[in-house]
Design a protein. Structure first.
Ligand code: ADP
Ligand code: TRP
Length: 321
């Protein structure tokens, strides 16, 4: 089974990203042939560019490798290192009705928010279709907001295949139903846009500061406390095994400790959980050439699939090469 996903290089990763997406990707490596790339061309559509984009690309690659993307199990590369994707993007544009893109929620939402639309924002789903269709994956794991983009890729592939035969594989999207939305410090969904994040690789002091901001019910120290709806508990349970979780529940029920104590406990648990990943990251930060080498090898492996696919596509579409 081939699984493919793209990751926007959008900055510091938070624990919502980790439990909602990165961990599934890392776990998928055990049983699937996984393909993951840093979508740096896509990042340009929201205004990223220049030195900042280059830095974000390396940062994201470093962070994903540190968190368990294993280059011996996954093909991991930077989108722009496999140029065939741009060629396919153009060819697929000829099979993309304007109406299909005009109906894209993500584009409409961004325009409604006042982001001035440029062509890359509008044609974003066509590039995403090229990313997917070039590699014929069975499954594309995505967040809910990206389902429509995978459907657009299927529509484009169908139009192409109707004209030229069964060449492009229709991908299925996959949503992890049992992955809960990780709450942010204010109890809403944790998201960069809401400024309520706890980052994975923050400094210890900053992490503690963010954890101390978690909103909790005002209950006197000696009183028993509810844990089910407590933001601190709901975050802690992501990190804890059964036994430790029951211990924590008992501390809530017993009373005599305030939410401040549970916050300190959460900070410790989280710091320990990511310890090994931090060490790996330290290594990669000091050896950025190793990261570049891994990405180049990944791009070579991805090209071995992309090139013959493009040859086939050029041949049927009459593009001489
Ligand atoms: P953000 O909302 O911070 O901008 P992104 O949209 O870049 O995050 O999300 C990247 C990935 O992380 C997506 O697959 C998304 O579903 C997942 N993700 C982000 N925030 C959460 C969260 N609070 N809970 C679960 N998954 C999340
Ligand atoms: N649009 C995706 C996102 O913002 C990133 C992405 C680009 C992607 N190309 C892809 C995801 C191909 C899956 C498959 O999260």
């Amino acid at each position: 089974m081939r699984v493919l996903t793209g990751i926007q290089p959008s900055g510091d990763l938070h624990i919502g990203n980790y439990f909602g997406s990165i961990k599934q990707m890392v776990d998928a490596q055990k049983s699937s042939h996984t393909f993951a790339f840093i979508a740096n061309y896509h990042a340009m559509s929201s205004g990223n560019g220049g030195k900042k984009l280059a830095e974000l690309t390396m940062q994201t690659a470093t962070d994903f490798l540190s968190l368990g993307i294993d280059p011996s199990k996954s093909v991991f590369w930077v989108q722009s290192d496999v140029k065939e994707v741009l060629e396919l993007y153009w060819i697929l544009s000829a099979f993309t009705p304007m109406g299909l893109l005009e109906r894209a929620h993500s584009y409409k939402d961004k325009v409604a928010k006042g982001i001035s639309a440029n062509h890359s924002l509008f044609s974003y789903p066509v590039l995403m279709a090229a990313d997917i269709l070039l590699f014929s994956p069975d499954i594309v794991p995505v967040g809910k907001d990206q389902i429509q983009h995978v459907e657009i890729a299927r529509d484009i592939a169908t139009k192409f295949n109707n004209e030229y035969g069964d060449i492009l594989k229709l991908p299925e999207f996959k949503i992890e139903e049992n992955v809960a939305t990780v709450p942010g410090t204010d109890g809403q969904k944790m998201s960069k846009s809401y400024n309520n994040c706890i980052n994975i690789f923050g400094e210890e002091k900053k992490q503690l500061k963010a954890i101390k901001k978690i909103v909790t019910e005002p209950v006197a120290l000696e009183e028993p406390k509810e844990y089910e709806n407590c933001n601190v508990y709901n975050m802690a349970k992501l990190f804890l095994e059964e036994e430790a979780l029951i211990d924590l529940q008992n501390r809530y029920k017993r009373g005599g400790e305030g939410h401040g104590h549970f916050k300190l406990y959460l900070a410790d648990v989280m710091w320990e959980y990511f310890r090994e990943y931090r060490e790996t990251r330290e290594h990669y930060l000091n050896h950025q050439d190793e990261v570049r080498e891994i990405l180049k090898n990944g791009a070579n492996k991805a090209s071995e699939i992309a090139q013959p696919m493009m040859e086939k596509i050029r041949s049927v579409t009459g593009i001489l090469y």
